[in-house]
Write a protein of this length. Structure first.
Length: 49
């Protein structure tokens, strides 16, 4: 069974810069600060979908 993945999109420019394994048990939307190369700084990235 393939591992499901979700994309993390920059909340500033909308680029999907990262993917993380999907967690079926987690109901809340993931939000993490990560570096966005398009913004050139750390921005808040949100789980898409
Ligand atoms: Zn960005």
């Amino acid at each position: 069974m393939a591992q499901k993945k979700v994309a993390l999109a920059c909340s500033v420019c909308g680029s999907r810069n990262y993917t993380v394994p999907a967690s079926p048990n987690r109901k809340v939307r993931l939000e993490v600060k990560k570096y966005c190369k398009y913004c050139g700084k750390h921005t808040l990235h949100r789980e898409t979908r």
